[in-house]
Design a protein around this ligand. Structure first.
Ligand SMILES: [Mg+2]
Length: 129
């Protein structure tokens, strides 16, 4: 498989690559929404485990070490692959969903009010999902 970069790869081509991988192995029967959502959580935990017990400062320098960068990249890929598999299984248009969610978040957290500060728990009362 030819490796490419974000700049030259579309989400659609990634979804097709994930679909082809799944098809070639006859794994489509395992790819129901529940299994895929669970797999996203499991892989997210593996990603989070890389940072377990690190301080905030240590986590910021973590990826600067090439061995750590490779592990981080690999775990992030696992999460993204399952996200794309879930999008494939449920016919979710990833670009449309992400852009729509960003638009929703921009309304919920206007830059004029939230620049430089993180939303607090009380702000989440305005949340839909
Ligand atoms: Mg993993």
């Amino acid at each position: 498989m030819r490796l490419s970069t974000d700049k030259e790869t579309t989400i659609s081509s990634l979804k097709e690559a994930v679909s082809a991988f799944v098809q070639e192995r006859g794994w489509k029967k395992f790819h129901n929404p529940k299994n895929l959502a669970e797999s996203i959580c499991i892989e997210s935990s593996e990603l989070l485990e890389l940072f377990q017990w690190l301080t905030d400062r240590e986590s910021e320098t973590f990826a600067k070490d090439s061995a750590h960068f490779d592990r981080l990249s690999s775990e992030l890929a696992d999460v993204l692959i399952y996200c794309l598999a879930l999008a494939n299984a449920t016919k979710i248009d990833v670009a449309g969903s992400v852009l729509s969610k960003l638009e929703e978040s921009a309304e919920r957290y206007p830059a004029s009010e939230y620049t430089g500060r993180a939303p607090r728990r009380k702000d989440s009362g305005r949340r839909k999902a």
